[in-house]
Design a protein around this ligand. Structure first.
Ligand code: AFP
Length: 333
């Protein structure tokens, strides 16, 4: 049998490109020491598999429900929030490539290794209030290259970088299947988890977000405290018979809009004048992924990736999705 026959076999069909192989095959695109970024992505993928296993068992063992604590942003922490935070931080610390990890679930940054070259911002389990009711949740991550010298103490300038400085970003969606979607600035690629093999396989190469769409995702229950402009935009969506879809898990809402075309908006509200979502843990990563797939992300006025953060847990209004929809909704501001 020659290699062409092996590849074309109908008896043993190819299983596709595993994440590890994809990372290795594409690491030359990366301008810095490529092996280190690859290792970071592998560490994140491994931690996500562990979290996936635990998310799937949450109803069986005592992992569902509230932990009884709040995070820095004031959200109720679920047990799985805390667990996922430990899983990801531990994996990143042990890998040796990260100098610091900042997490939505941790008040201050965690310095892990002064010889690491990368800073990771992570929302370990987003949408976690959906855990108890078996609805999709996600992990969101951003990777930055540190600015200070390797070996020195990590400084604020390493952490508070604009989203445009991300060298990689992505999310894991724990849904009807588990997917890892990420970009290193050369398009956005999606991988589906095969639990039998314990591997992610390339299932959505070079994802493209439709330029237009007809799905809008927003918590309309808060409409009384939206600006007139947002209310006007929503009226237009209704006049056009658009479809309203809101899961309340950003990753799930984003992923659906990414595949089908749509917009997700979490605007400023009376209760949260800067919106609810966190710039560094949620918005930057999804903005990078969206842009790499042809979408747009703004805070209603500015490109998300151009906002310089001033604090770790900073919030921002967030408009993300199909380019034409985000332009129209942002224009109303
Ligand atoms: P939780 O992680 O506390 O469930 O928050 C989820 C989230 O950050 C994002 O995933 C949702 O889109 C958004 O908040 C939902 O917020 P509202 O409940 O205010 O609509």
């Amino acid at each position: 049998m020659n290699s062409r026959q092996v590849e074309a076999s109908k008896i043993a069909q190819p299983i596709g490109t595993a994440l590890d192989r994809f990372i290795k095959n594409n690491q030359d695109q990366f301008q810095y020491a490529s092996g280190e970024l690859s290792q970071l992505l592998r560490d994140i993928a491994l931690a996500s598999k562990v979290v996936n296993r635990e998310v799937n068992k949450a109803g069986l063992i005592d992992l569902a429900g509230a932990q009884g604590t709040s995070n820095m942003a004031g959200d109720q922490q679920q047990k799985l929030d805390v667990l996922a935070n430990i899983r990801f931080t531990r994996a990143l610390a042990k890998g040796g490539e990260a100098c610091a990890v900042i997490s939505e679930e941790t008040d201050a940054r965690v310095d892990v290794n002064n010889y690491g070259k990368y800073v990771i911002a992570i929302d370990p389990l987003d949408g976690s209030s959906n855990i108890d009711v078996n609805v999709s949740i996600g992990t969101i991550f951003s990777i930055y290259r540190r600015k200070t010298k390797v070996g020195s103490d990590v400084g604020d300038e390493d952490i508070l970088q604009k989203g445009s400085k991300q060298v990689a970003a992505g999310y894991v969606l724990y849904g009807s299947s588990t997917m890892l979607v990420y970009t290193t600035g050369f398009g956005t690629n999606g991988f589906t988890y095969d639990s039998g093999l314990g591997e992610y396989f390339l299932s959505h190469p070079q994802m493209k977000m439709p330029t237009d769409g007809s799905i809008y995702s927003i918590n309309e229950g808060l409409a009384h405290s939206f600006s007139d402009d947002i209310r006007h935009y929503l009226e237009n969506c209704k006049k056009r018979n658009y479809t309203a879809r809101y899961i309340g898990s950003l990753v799930a809402d984003f992923h659906r809009n990414m595949l089908k075309g749509g917009i997700y908006i979490y605007p400023a509200t009376a209760k949260s004048p800067n919106g609810k979502l966190r710039l560094m843990y949620e918005c930057n990563a999804l903005a990078f992924v969206a842009e790499q797939a042809g979408g747009i992300a703004t805070d209603g006025k500015r490109r998300i990736l151009e906002i310089t953060p001033t604090s770790l847990h900073e919030r921002t209004p967030f408009y993300v999705g199909s380019a034409n929809m985000v332009v129209e909704a942002s224009k109303t501001q």
